[in-house]
Write a protein that binds this ligand. Structure first.
Ligand SMILES: Cc1cc2nc3c(=O)[nH]c(=O)nc-3n(C[C@H](O)[C@H](O)[C@H](O)COP(=O)(O)O)c2cc1C
Length: 173
């Protein structure tokens, strides 16, 4: 556990970034040497040991830069311990959570070589007032699942810290 750990993420409106920051902080408080970088800024994995990857769901998919990151570093990631967290549900209902769980499973199935040591689905944050085009347009379409959704923040910081502790415990053993 001497190699630095990389926490890397994609985030469109900042919610996943804030979760990645909290996870990075929790792991460094445990004494790990942690670096935090957006996936787009990762140039090499050479110096790192374990990797924690965070990505939100958008229309059932991870952002394209996550797929690019996974494709680019496939051989290195396949040799490392990788933990994955995904932000999705912005409402509390079981239906939203089950739908997001299915979407996450489908995304992971695209990368059969990736064998994460931990996978976690976390609640997301939604603020229609901050959406940029084309998301803002999507939210205005009556047929869209985002239509008239109220702002909400389903991130559970206690659950996020608990997951970071779980990742730490998994790496330690
Ligand atoms: C246009 C749009 C599409 C979304 N699609 C999904 C989805 O298919 N499944 C899901 O669980 N969450 C979906 N969400 C919720 C996001 O995953 C959630 O808002 C997340 O916290 C965004 O993280 P970010 O701010 O780091 O980009 C969507 C949100 C937006 C704005």
């Amino acid at each position: 556990m001497n190699d630095p750990l990389l926490v890397t993420y994609a985030s469109k409106y900042g919610a996943t970034q804030e979760v990645a920051e909290a996870i990075a902080m929790a792991l460094s408080e445990r004494g790990l040497n942690v670096n935090l970088l957006p996936v787009r800024q990762v140039r090499s994995l050479g110096e790192y040991g374990p990797v924690v990857l965070g990505a939100p769901l958008y229309i059932g998919r991870w952002p394209g830069e996550v797929g690019q990151f996974l494709a680019r570093f496939q051989p290195e990631l396949a040799r490392r311990q990788v933990a994955v967290f995904t932000l999705g549900p912005t409402q509390a209902g079981d239906k939203d959570w089950q739908g997001a769980r299915d979407q996450l499973d489908q995304e992971l199935a695209r990368y059969p070589w990736l064998k994460p040591v931990k996978v976690e689905l976390l609640g997301g944050k939604y603020d229609p007032a901050r959406l940029r085009f084309p998301d803002s347009l999507l939210a205005k379409l009556p047929a869209s699942p985002l239509y008239q959704l109220p702002p909400s923040d389903q991130r559970d910081w206690t659950a996020i810290r608990a997951w970071a502790d779980d990742v730490y415990a998994g790496l330690a053993t």
